[in-house]
Design a protein around this ligand. Structure first.
Ligand SMILES: *Cc1c(COP(=O)(O)O)cnc(C)c1O
Length: 235
């Protein structure tokens, strides 16, 4: 696998999508999804200039983070169980997968104990897929103010995992809906929500065209990963 070639290719595709949609390439942050990859791969990617990494399991991340340069920032992108909130607040710079008020309260509680604020995104299940976590849009609009009022929670925006589609064009309406929903949330709060985390290896160009400010790329940058191994303490 040639990390450097992958990264150049992906950066080129991001800029092309930005040109098509009249955006600045700097307006899109690339988060490298390192789940299923060992620390050595993260270190090699860090040498090439990547600095934000995404993990979907707290236990796997905990084991990996200590083996990687301390300057890297880690985002939790997978479902968080309340009994892992304490570690999540400690190890991650951002939790992108807040999917309930109860979870937001638990994160708030642990952040308060550490006297810090926790940057978060709210995960939205736009397509209503039963296999996925995330807020239904209507429920989010109903609970948004309450989440935002939690003193140790710093709400930065929204995140989604689009349905899988062979043809990424098919999920364009999902990304468009996310952008509209972000606007509705901003109106409700009377405050900006700058981050729209959407787009993965198979659909990131469409996501960028529809306004993604953060794309989460695993295989397109780091290559194929090993299937998730059950890790002690994970579901
Ligand atoms: C695994 C994962 C990704 C990256 O997937 P790729 O298809 O490898 O780019 C992005 N977001 C989330 C939430 C993931 O779990």
């Amino acid at each position: 696998m040639d990390l450097c070639a992958n990264l150049n290719h992906v950066r080129h595709r991001i800029s092309a999508a930005c040109v098509r949609s009249g955006r600045q390439a700097e307006s899109v942050t690339l988060l490298a999804v390192s789940k299923g990859h060992p620390a050595e791969v993260v270190c090699a990617a860090a040498e090439l200039g990547l600095s934000i990494f995404g993990e979907n399991r707290v236990q796997e991340a905990k084991a990996k983070i200590g083996l990687c340069p301390g300057r890297l920032r880690w985002h939790l992108i997978g479902h968080l169980q309340s009994n892992k909130c304490r570690d999540a607040v400690h190890f991650f710079a951002m939790i992108q997968s807040v999917d309930s008020l109860a979870l937001a309260r638990e994160i708030n509680r642990w952040a308060d104990k550490s006297a810090k604020t926790m940057p978060v995104l709210i995960e939205v299940n736009v397509a209503g897929e039963s296999s996925k976590f995330g807020y239904a849009p209507e429920k989010l609009l109903a609970e948004l103010k309450e989440i935002n009022s939690l003193p140790r929670i710093e709400l930065h925006g929204l995140m989604t995992v689009a349905p899988f589609a062979q043809d990424a064009e098919k999920v364009r309406p999902v990304f468009r809906r996310m952008r509209e929903l972000r606007g509705q949330c901003e109106d409700l709060l009377g405050a900006p929500l700058p981050v729209l985390s959407m787009g993965m290896s198979g659909d990131f160009e469409v996501a960028v065209e529809e306004g993604a400010t953060m794309i989460r790329l695993g295989s397109a940058v780091l290559g194929p990963r090993t299937a998730p191994k059950p890790v002690a303490g994970d579901p």
